[in-house]
Design a protein around this ligand. Structure first.
Ligand SMILES: Cc1cc2nc3c(=O)[nH]c(=O)nc-3n(C[C@H](O)[C@H](O)[C@H](O)COP(=O)(O)O)c2cc1C
Length: 212
């Protein structure tokens, strides 16, 4: 099948989010201008560059009180922390996605423990094994089909990285299978990483030798 995105696709559910899978989940801590803590998951999330490390969050839709708190807080304070969502933290992560009023601290709501960051003010989720401390680099307004809604991309410069020593192997590698990072599929579906394989990148000479 083929469909143009501004025309009906004819399927029972919108397939788009199933066509870009799996998406990592950026579980984002931020503070409002008065210092209130906010925590919410975002699967329109990824790393875009590594030198320096840069991440992006896609924030869409509205809360009853206005734009999503994460977007408002990033605009107001210019800082956020990405906590890695894991299999063990799946229920807590899901709880923090509820559209609660801005004054509710979702970290407390989900029974999670705040620990201070080193370089930015929003706290980290102690139960998560990896945290990226970020400064907002840029917020870009995106097209939005619904005039009552809003889409934006938040680009963050990663200024500090915490990795729990317990998830580092003896060789100093991040042990992804021990962490079981959570990722989003389409619909209400998720996956977690349970297998890993490696491939060495071919040199140009090796690749060209295949066609000669
Ligand atoms: C796994 C998961 C992924 C989500 N991804 C996004 C996303 O990429 N963008 C978005 O705007 N909302 C996303 N949401 C919904 C937000 O988490 C939800 O709207 C939340 O209430 C926003 O909180 P805030 O207003 O405190 O920022 C996601 C929810 C879940 C459970």
């Amino acid at each position: 099948m083929f469909y143009e995105t501004d025309k009906p696709h004819g399927l029972p559910r919108d397939p788009f989010k199933s066509c870009v899978v799996p998406r990592p989940i950026g579980w984002v801590t931020s503070l409002d201008a008065t210092g209130r803590v906010n925590l919410a998951p975002f699967s329109f999330f990824n790393a875009l560059a590594s030198d320096p490390p840069i991440v992006v969050l896609g924030v869409g839709g509205m809360q009853p009180h206005g734009v999503k708190d994460t977007l408002g807080n990033c605009r107001a304070t210019g800082e956020f922390v990405v906590n890695m969502a894991t299999w063990d933290l799946r229920e807590a992560m899901n709880l923090t996605s509820a559209g609660v009023p801005a004054e509710v601290d979702e970290m407390a709501l989900a029974g999670l423990t705040p620990v201070p960051s080193r370089l930015v003010r929003p706290p980290r989720v102690a139960e998560s094994p990896i945290h990226l401390e970020c400064r907002v680099h840029m917020i870009v307004d995106l097209p939005c089909d619904d005039p009552r809604s809003y889409n934006a991309a938040i680009f963050g410069l990663v200024v500090g990285v915490h990795i729990d020593d317990a998830v580092l192997t003896a060789d100093g590698l991040v042990d992804v299978l021990a962490i079981r990072p959570l990722a989003r599929l389409g619909y209400m579906d998720y996956t977690s990483i349970e297998s890993v394989f490696s491939m060495r990148r071919p040199s140009a000479a090796e690749a060209l030798a295949k066609v000669r």
